[in-house]
Design a protein around this ligand. Structure first.
Ligand code: NZQ
Ligand code: ZN
Length: 389
């Protein structure tokens, strides 16, 4: 394994009823108002907002609302939230939602206490955070990104057409409340997209060096099998507590840095999806579902042993009478079939990308991952996008 240092400061409360039981004692630790940040309104429809607001009010905690955080949160929205947090002298930001809400809140927690140009100093490049961001707690209502237990935030700068992410340990939420029943109302397409995002995170880490026997790859295989088993079960019965709770913790485990330990990691498919999202505002998990199989078909020969391991240990594919390349390809075929079975699209046209979208320009704007088994050229990325339109 490669050398590593591990730290994760987020305190996680997991399970049915955990918000009712633990939110107030956490929220009371911080002075000032609680800024309640959420998305486009799902939490108002399903009762989560009412439950949280009454818990906070019953505990005499003052709140200020910050609604309307959109999927693929924008830098403009971050600045709006930072202004409100300053004006209202907020002591705690409470993000209630999925990756978009949590990421936006992390970025707000920095911008609210930083006087310089936050885009230039922290999002355009990795800065060194020598100050404490505003405290952040999260209540997860849709699973997938794992943002609840890391310092990562992915923000879209619409003016620059850049969607970029940084993982700053200082931005880890102070606490995360994970009640699987809160995800019962997530629609099928978003359940599938979030579940595939989790699977993608695990694959992006697994398909990278080192390839010698290591704990992280072994855990990654177990997590991938978990997604493959539990995602169809949650789609079949959205109120299947076992499936929803497993998906919730799988998403967290995929992105809480544990399986990254000793690994270089790839994240090339994510780099492509992020730029596709910057130009088209497509759904993150759906974008990954389109990009990932053709990306793996281009690189598998350079990481053949790992792709064979993936086929056999994750998908149960037999190696008898087959050469390595055949087995590896069957693993990618199985992944593609899984994507179809869970109802995710496999073409850009099916995820709202317009026919005249500037695919060459999007490809040129993508970062090239140093951790990939085979580094793509921008032209190859353009081919992936065009041939899967
Ligand atoms: O906005 P509302 O009305 O709340 O609806 C949301 C949204 O439309 C809905 N939803 C959330 N909880 C619900 C619900 N609907 C019904 N019942 C509930 N309980 O779900 C929709 C999607 O929410 P969103 O937060 O956008 O999804 P996701 O969690 O997939 O987050 C996507 C964002 O996270 C970034 C992505 O790029 C994208 O911007 N990522 C963040 C990462 C990180 N911080 O570590 C890593 C990822 O790779 C990813 O890039
Ligand atoms: Zn992702």
């Amino acid at each position: 394994m490669d050398n590593f240092i591990f730290e994760n400061r987020t305190k996680v409360y997991f399970g049915k009823g955990c918000v009712r039981e633990f939110l107030v004692c956490e929220a009371k630790k911080y002075g000032g108002k609680v800024m309640l940040a959420y998305g486009g309104g799902s939490v108002k429809k399903n009762g989560i907002y009412d439950e949280i607001i009454s818990l906070l009010r019953d505990a005499d905690l003052e709140t200020v609302d910050f609604p309307g955080i959109m999927a693929n949160p924008t830098y403009e929205k971050v600045l709006e939230g930072a202004r409100l947090a300053r004006e209202e002298n907020v002591g705690l930001i409470l993000g209630v939602g999925g990756g978009s809400v949590m990421d936006c809140c992390k970025a707000i927690s920095l911008a609210a206490v930083y006087d310089g140009d936050i885009w230039k100093d922290y999002w355009a490049r990795n800065g060194v955070i020598g100050f404490e961001p505003l405290p952040l707690g999260v209540v997860v209502t849709v699973t997938g990104t794992g943002s609840e237990m890391n310092g990562g935030a992915v923000i879209t700068n619409e003016a620059l057409k850049v969607k970029t992410g940084r993982d700053y340990p200082a931005c880890n939420p102070r606490f995360a409340l994970l009640d699987p029943t809160y995800t019962f109302t997530v629609p099928a397409l978003q359940t599938a997209a979030g579940g595939f995002d989790t699977l993608s995170h695990i694959m992006e880490i697994y398909f990278s060096k080192p390839d010698e026997d290591n704990v992280s790859d072994d855990i990654a295989e177990a997590l991938m099998r978990g997604v493959i088993k539990n995602l169809p079960a949650a789609l079949k019965d959205p109120e299947d507590y076992t499936a929803r709770s497993n998906l919730m913790w799988l998403a967290t485990m995929a992105e809480n840095r544990v399986i990254k330990l000793g690994k270089r990691t790839d994240f090339q498919a994510h780099q492509i999806e992020h730029q596709l999202g910057a130009y088209t505002d497509c759904n993150h998990g759906c974008g990954l579902a389109v990009i990932t199989p053709p990306y793996y078909r281009r690189i598998y020969e350079a990481g053949i042993c790992k792709f064979v391991r993936f086929a056999t240990n994750v998908w149960g594919i037999s190696t008898v009478g087959k050469n390595s390349a055949q087995v590896a390809r069957e693993g990618i075929d199985a992944l593609e079939k899984f994507i179809r079975d869970i109802g995710l699209p496999s073409r850009l046209r099916d995820i709202g990308v317009a026919e005249d979208a500037p695919l060459d320009e999007i490809a040129q704007s993508c970062n090239i991952s140093p951790g990939s088994y085979k580094q793509l050229t921008h032209e190859e990325i353009a081919e992936i996008l065009k041939s899967n339109y």
